[in-house]
Design a protein around this ligand. Sequence first.
Ligand code: AMP
Length: 220
Amino acid sequence: MAALTRLLLVGPPGVGKGTQAKRIADSLRVPHISTGDILRDAVKRATPVGLKAKEFMDSGGLVPDEVMIGIIEERFAAGDCAKGYILDGFPRTTPQAEALERLLERLKLPIEAAIQLDCSDAVVVERITGRRSCSNKACQATYHVEFLPPKNAGKCDRCSSPLEQRTDDALDAVKKRLEKFHRETSRILPYYEARKLLLVVDGKGTPDQVFAGIRRIAGF
Ligand code: AMP
């Protein structure tokens, strides 16, 4: 089987979509499209989209569909996805999935697989609330206070910048993000299942184990 290269990842917050998407992008040499990263960058730069998105993000809510669909249309207009892409964090609602399908049909780059990373709420809560990242944007190293601690508490091993916690990684926001996932995002699973595009990978193991599962299922 030829490797699948037009992919999206679906799973609860903290399951490791970002980590796995980066690895997939490196292996397949395709762009990693993370709507969370695009939004965080817009917030930092205080663009009109960033200003609109900030309060939804900080509280663990979802940014409105029309804003997100605009962002994704603009991203695909860059024209670098002919050999494939890995979508991380989009779509998160059924209207987003429908808009994406129409857009990719128009571009003749339809999704080949929606990969679900499956994991229990208890495991993702433990992972997310301990998550820390380097505050230096050029570095972006990530840590976990228990599973992957830095050598000096609160400081990046690579560049010594202070580590920070994402505002939406605090426990209350994490609970709300999980609730959103179960109430809204999980509805896109039957959407892709009905189109015979859904592939399920166990998201519980180490990053290496999960990546091996993805490679097996996507044939690369
Ligand atoms: P992530 O880094 O994917 O966990 O995204 C961080 C936050 O950005 C989410 O909790 C949402 O507030 C917002 N966000 C990212 N992608 C989307 C999307 N497709 N739809 C709505 N909100 C989104």
